[in-house]
Design a protein around this ligand. Structure first.
Ligand code: C2G
Length: 130
């Protein structure tokens, strides 16, 4: 069984997130998502609209996602990869190069982001319309 892992905030779930999750799942059999906690979001200078628990419920309803774990620190990735015997780490290419050294025994793949959509764009458009 090939295990894939990815990480993110996945706030205001949109087609860019779903495209990434769908493509990540095609690379293996089991997809784990490390979901940024509300506290970790502050370390990423992000404020998500939905709480961690709501974002977790939403992600767990996605057919491509098999398990959601909390992402609490930058450092946990190596431990997660060992603990879950991950074969492939996948993330959007806005992170290109950042995780090349993540692990010598797993594949690191950067996928092209979906253009024209982001949680920030959604929030800005809603603000402009209000
Ligand atoms: N994404 C995408 N296309 C978009 C928007 C997002 O492919 N239009 C991808 C991102 O590249 C990322 C995933 O969807 O792989 C989740 O996006 P975010 O929630 O913005 O994740 P981010 O804040 O980049 O967190 O430790 C890693 C971080 O937690 C990643």
């Amino acid at each position: 069984m090939r295990t894939i892992i990815t990480y993110g905030t996945f706030d205001l779930l949109h087609v860019g997130h779903v495209n990434l999750l769908k493509r990540a799942k095609t690379m293996g059999d089991y997809l784990i998502v490390g979901l940024s906690t509300d506290y970790f979001n502050t370390l990423k200078h992000k404020q998500s609209f939905f709480s961690y628990s709501d974002r977790k419920i939403i992600l767990e309803s996605i057919r491509y996602v098999d398990k959601v774990i909390p992402e609490k620190t930058w450092k946990q990735k190596k431990e997660d990869i060992l603990q879950y015997q991950v074969d492939t780490f996948v993330i959007g290419d806005d992170w290109k190069g950042k995780f090349d050294e993540l692990c010598s025994f797993c594949e690191v793949i950067y996928l092209p982001r979906t253009d024209g959509i982001s949680s920030t764009i959604i929030k800005e458009n809603l603000r402009d319309d209000s």
